[in-house]
Design a protein around this ligand. Structure first.
Ligand SMILES: Nc1nc2c(ncn2[C@@H]2O[C@H](COP(=O)(O)OP(=O)(O)OP(=O)(O)O)[C@@H](O)[C@H]2O)c(=O)[nH]1
Length: 372
């Protein structure tokens, strides 16, 4: 049965065309299914990311592969550099994340920020002048880009920047549903992981001075002792106590006392290396862990701290000034025996710095004593 006037040859040709079209559509459907599966696996991977570097690292390493992109970068809005500071203090090495950028204000991302309107993805040709901030190290032949706003509760938190050497990959005419979906999942994951890292940080730091707290020091000391044993480097510890702090509080009030704690902390930090760890151990006591420093090096640093604190009175927020001094006990790790329990060795190190501090107090304060 066929329409009159259509030959069987024509029908066969039509049949062939239809078959070819079907095969093409099937192939397309299979490809789309494969892409969808890869993206679902990616979504699961980023939802399960346990830390900020884990999440950002996965975005940079996996997204270009599964989406066939030539570059992926991320710009995060970080007013006051809070995110950067916390991540840095938690040990994130930004040198390993060159495609991660921070900016202070939303306008720097270049989206249409008209009130009452949500910023939308912008797709189109790569323009070096306009896109330099999003692609500081672009591939030589970058041709088209998609800048995807990362939104949480209608608030712009950053931009996911995708780039391709294929000029037709991102054009203004292209639909944006797919990249918007990707952007919203990445935004949720980023917000979660940043909040978790912030909580972690708050749990490990002292809110008054910004120094680490005792919990952090206990953990860090155990790690450093293990590393010092493995790699055979020196480890020293300082126990610092502000002299007659009760009298300071009695004279200038609790608020003034807090100002003193903050300023002493700043002056201690100024004398330390990046690798050293300062923590507020309790009220007016600080402990510093010095990596790769022997007793002699550590006591030189301790004397610099003592001089810096005693050298200039502290300016209080009330406009008053108060003179303070510190006493410091210094001790070095001497027990490198691998079979001794780390907790015991850590306690011993702190206890011997504390004993040296006690001697410094007994000898008249404002001095440094090194453990025998
Ligand atoms: N302002 C302020 N004071 C604190 C804080 N934590 C502890 N203190 C005070 O620190 C003082 C510590 O006093 P003491 O332990 O007697 O020691 P000290 O007066 O420094 O005497 P020496 O250590 O022997 O030189 C107490 O008055 C505490 O109330 C704090 O967070 N802020």
């Amino acid at each position: 049965m066929h329409e009159p006037g259509i030959s069987s040859r024509e029908l066969m040709a039509e049949n062939e065309t239809l078959r070819a079209r079907m095969a093409y559509l099937l192939e397309q459907a299979e490809r789309n299914h494969e892409i969808m599966c890869r993206h679902q696996a990616f979504d699961l991977q980023i939802v399960g990311a346990s830390s900020f570097p884990d999440l950002v690292g996965t975005i940079f390493s996996t997204l270009p592969v599964i989406s066939d992109l030539d570059i992926v970068t991320l710009s995060l809005i970080d007013q006051n550099a809070d995110i950067y500071t916390v991540m840095h203090r938690l040990g994130v090495d930004f040198e390993t994340l060159p495609n991660l950028m921070f900016c202070e204000h939303a306008v720097e991302l270049g989206f249409d920020m008209a009130p009452e309107r949500q910023p939308r993805p912008t797709l189109g040709p790569y323009a070096p002048g306009r896109h330099r901030a999003m692609f500081p190290q672009p591939p030589a032949d970058l041709r088209s880009v998609a800048l995807v706003p990362l939104l949480r509760n209608k608030r712009l938190i950053g931009s996911l920047n995708l780039g391709s050497v294929d000029a037709s990959r991102f054009t203004p005419a292209l639909g944006t549903d797919f990249v918007e979906h990707m952007g919203s999942i990445i935004a949720i994951c980023l917000e979660n992981v940043i909040s978790n890292e912030m909580l972690k940080y708050i749990g490990l730091t002292d809110s008054l001075t910004g120094a680490y707290n005792r919990r952090y020091m206990d953990r860090r000391l155990a790690e450093e002792i293990a590393r010092a044993r493995r790699q055979g480097y020196r480890l020293s510890c300082m126990y610092i106590d502000i002299d007659h702090f009760k009298r300071v509080n009695d004279t200038v009030g609790h608020q003034g006392g807090d100002d003193v704690l903050r300023e002493v902390c700043t002056r201690i930090k100024a004398e330390l290396r990046m690798s050293d760890t300062l923590c507020r151990f309790g009220g007016e006591e600080f402990v510093v862990l010095l990596i790769d420093a022997d007793l002699e090096n550590a006591s030189i640093v301790a004397n610099r701290i003592r001089t810096s604190v005693a050298g200039l009175p502290v300016d209080l927020s009330t406009g008053e000034q108060v003179a303070v001094t510190v006493s410091i006990g210094v001790a070095a790790l001497t027990d490198f025996e691998r079979d001794h329990a780390i907790e015991g060795v850590a306690q011993e190190l702190i206890a011997s710095a504390d004993a040296a501090l006690y001697q410094a107090k007994a000898a008249g304060r404002n001095q440094v004593v090194t453990a025998a």
